[in-house]
Ligand binder design. Structure first.
Ligand SMILES: [Zn+2]
Length: 573
C-alpha cells in the first residue's frame, strides 16, 4: 500500500536529517548496566512459553533484567531470581511468545485514519456521505476532510463511486479519501478544483484519472494520479504527525505487537519518530523504510542514503531500508500481469515505477548498505522485480543484502524457486488473502489464481515468509492474521474448507513468520524473535495457548501483556 492520505509520504521534502550515528552493534546492548546475579526486574511466570529457541523450545517462565532476557525456564528456576522489587506477571496459563512483529504497516496512516475518518467496513456510499458531512461541519476553515478505508467491493454493484455524493455532502470544503488499499483516491469537486483538475488534465505515468462517458474526471484517481491532488493537501504539522504515530502505536501495543516495520517513510516522518524516541515516547520498536519512490530519482536516493543506516537509535528506531513499488494493487486493477485482467479485458495493470528504475534504485541502496523492499503484486511485476534484484545483486556483491518483496500476491509458479536462490524474503500479509478472496479469483482466473497468496509454495520452496498486515489496509491485529494464515477463512468461517486451502500455513510456521522470520527480515535475529538469555526483553503474552484452542477462537483471544525492552507497553484491564 502507498500512503495517499496526505503529503507526508507522497511528497516528502528531503532536507537531509543529521543522524547521530548510534550505529552500535545491537547484540546484548541493553543489559550492560546490570550484572548477572542481581534480582530480575520483571518475571512472567505460569505461562506456556514458546521460545523459538531450538535449544529450549518450551518453558514456563521468563525473567527480565535491564531490558534483556536474563533467564528462561521452569517457574521454580525463574522465580528463584525474584527480589523484593521484582514485578511478577502471572500469565495464567496463556501463551508467551517472542514479541510479535508486523513486518509491513503504515504507522502514520493508521494514526491519521483513527484521528480522522475511518471508513473501513462501511457498506454504503450514503453512510460515507453522512460521515463526511458530519466531519466537515466540525473542522476549521481551510481544513480538508481526509481519511480512508472505503472499499467499493462492499457496496451493491461494486463499482467505483464518483465525486457527486462527496460534493453534495461537502460542497465548499475539499474531501480526499483513500481506498482501503491506498491505491485509489476519491475526491469531491472542491478538491479537484483546488488541484486544477479538468477534462484536459492528462493521465500521469503510472496513474489514471477515471473519466465518465463525456471525458470528465469522475473524482477517482488511481496510483500515481493521486499525486495530482495529494500535492495540494496541506501537509501535517510535526506535532500532528507525532500524535498520529502515538495513536497508532498504542493500537499496535494493544494488539500484541512489539515492533512494526513501516513500509515507506518521509524525512518528516523520520524526524517525528526520532523526536518521539528522544522523549522516551515510543512504546514499540520501529524499523523504517525510506520511501524510495518519494525521492524522485536514483540520484536523490543516493544523496539521501549517504548517511549510513541508523541502527537501534534510543533502543527504538532503525532506518536501514528502502521501499520501492513496481506496480499497483489487484483491488484497483493496478497490479501488473502478463495477460489481461479476466474481469477487465485490455487492462494488464500499471507500473508505478519503471522496472529499470527498480534496478537503478536497488543498485544505489545495495551500494550504500541499505536493504531493498519492493512492493510487487502481479505475476509480471514480481518477475521483473526478481530480474531487477538479480542484476543489481550481481553488480553489487553485498555481504548480507536480504532483499524483500512486499505482498507477493500472485506469483507465477516458475518464479517461486528464485526467491530462495536470490535470498529474497517474502513479506506477506495473511489477512490480505481473506480480505481479497471475494473477488481475487474473478480478477485473475483459475490458472493464475493458483499463485494467489501462495504461502505453501513459498515455504515449501525453502524461502522465508515474514508476516504483517499492511495496516491500515487490514487490521493491525496479528491474531487476525494468524487466523487467516491457518484457515484461509473470514471471521464468519467462510468458505467452509478455506479459500485455496492447499496454501494454508501451520501454526508453527505462522508464529515463526511473526517472530524469528520478521526479526531476520529486519536484521534483528540475534536480539529479537526468540526468548533466550541476552535477547531483547520483548514478549507478547496471550490470554490463551493458541495450540489448545480451535482457530475460530484465535481472533478474540485477549492480549494480556505487551512487553518491549522489559517495559509494559500494554496490559489488559
Ligand atoms: Zn503497504
Amino acid at each position: 500500500m502507498m500512503q495517499r492520505l496526505h503529503r507526508i509520504a507522497a511528497r516528502p521534502s528531503f532536507a537531509l536529517p543529521i543522524f547521530s550515528l548510534a550505529a552500535m552493534a545491537a547484540a546484548g546492548s541493553g543489559c550492560a548496566s546490570r550484572r548477572a546475579g542481581e534480582p530480575a526486574d520483571l518475571i512472567v511466570f505460569n505461562g506456556k512459553v514458546v521460545t523459538m529457541n531450538p535449544e529450549k523450545p518450551e518453558a514456563q517462565a521468563v525473567a527480565v533484567r535491564g531490558g534483556t532476557i536474563a533467564a528462561v525456564g521452569t517457574d521454580a528456576e525463574v522465580l528463584a531470581l525474584a527480589g523484593d522489587a521484582t514485578r511478577r506477571l502471572d500469565a495464567r496459563g496463556g501463551m508467551v511468545l517472542p514479541g510479535l512483529i508486523d513486518a509491513h504497516g503504515h504507522i502514520a496512516s493508521l494514526g491519521e485514519q483513527i484521528a480522522n475518518l475511518d471508513l473501513r467496513g462501511v457498506d454504503s456510499v450514503a453512510e460515507i456521505a453522512r460521515r463526511v458531512r458530519e466531519r466537515a461541519a466540525g473542522l476549521q476553515p481551510g481544513e480538508w476532510v481526509t481519511g480512508g478505508g472505503w472499499d467499493q467491493n462492499l457496496w451493491p454493484g461494486e463499482q467505483f463511486p464518483d465525486h457527486r455524493p462527496l460534493t453534495q455532502a461537502s460542497p465548499d470544503r475539499p474531501v480526499w479519501l483513500s481506498r482501503i488499499d491506498g491505491h485509489a483516491m476519491w475526491a469531491n469537486r472542491k478538491a479537484m478544483q483546488l488541484a486544477g483538475i479538468t477534462r484536459n488534465t492528462p493521465d500521469p505515468v503510472g496513474g489514471s484519472i477515471e473519466r465518465d462517458a463525456k471525458g470528465e474526471p469522475t473524482g477517482i484517481f488511481i496510483d500515481n494520479a493521486a499525486d495530482l491532488v495529494g500535492k495540494v493537501v496541506p501537509p501535517a504539522s510535526r506535532e500532528r504527525l507525532k500524535s498520529w504515530i502515538t495513536l497508532a502505536l498504542q493500537r499496535c501495543a494493544q494488539a500484541g505487537l512489539t515492533e512494526v516495520h513501516d513500509a515507506g517513510v518521509s524525512a518528516e516522518q523520520v524526524a517525528a519518530f526520532k523526536e518521539l524516541a528522544d522523549a522516551g515516547q515510543l512504546p514499540l520498536r520501529v524499523y523504517l523504510m525510506w520511501s524510495g519512490m518519494g525521492m524522485g530519482s536514483a540520484e536523490a536516493l543516493d544523496k539521501a542514503l549517504a548517511e549510513p543506516p541508523l541502527i537501534n537509535y534510543k533502543d527504538r528506531v532503525t532506518l536501514r531500508s528502502v521501499k520501492l513499488m513496481i506496480d499497483g494493487a489487484m483491488g484497483s486493477r493496478g497490479a501488473v500481469f502478463f495477460a489481461d485482467y479476466d474481469d477487465d479485458k485490455g487492462n494488464r495493470g500499471l507500473f508505478v515505477m519503471d522496472p529499470k528504475a527498480i534496478e537503478e534504485y536497488t543498485h544505489v541502496a545495495l551500494k550504500r548498505g541499505y536493504q531493498v523492499n519492493t512492493h510487487a503484486i502481479g505475476d509480471r511485476g514480481i518477475r521483473l522485480t526478481l530480474d531487477a534484484y538479480e542484476k543489481a545483486l550481481a553488480a553489487n556483491p553485498s555481504p548480507d543484502p536480504r532483499p524483500r518483496i512486499e505482498h507477493l500476491q500472485c506469483i507465477a509458479k516458475d518464479d517461486v524457486p528464485r526467491l530462495k536462490s536470490l535470498g529474497v524474503i517474502a513479506s506477506m500479509q495473511p489477512s490480505h488473502a481473506t480480505s481479497d478472496m471475494y473477488w481475487a479469483d474473478e480478477r485473475v482466473g483459475a490458472e493464475r489464481g493458483q499463485g494467489l497468496y501462495a504461502w505453501r509454495w513459498v515455504i515449501d520452496s525453502g524461502a522465508m515468509i515474514a508476516a504483517g498486515s499492511d495496516f491500515p489496509v487490514d487490521p493491525e491485529r496479528p491474531l487476525v492474521g494468524i487466523h487467516s494464515a491457518l484457515t484461509r477463512q473470514d471471521l464468519k468461517h467462510w468458505p467452509e474448507t478455506g479459500w485455496h486451502p492447499d496454501q494454508k500455513m501451520t501454526l508453527d510456521e505462522t508464529l515463526r513468520a511473526y517472530t524469528v522470520n520478521a526479526a531476520y527480515a529486519g536484521y534483528e535475529e540475534k536480539v529479537k524473535g526468540r526468548l533466550a538469555p541476552g535477547y531483547w526483553a520483548d514478549l507478547t503474552v496471550l490470554a490463551k495457548d493458541l495450540r489448545a484452542i480451535p482457530p475460530p477462537e484465535i481472533p478474540d483471544t485477549g492480549v494480556a501483556y505487551t512487553i518491549v525492552g522489559g517495559a509494559i507497553a500494554h496490559e489488559a484491564r
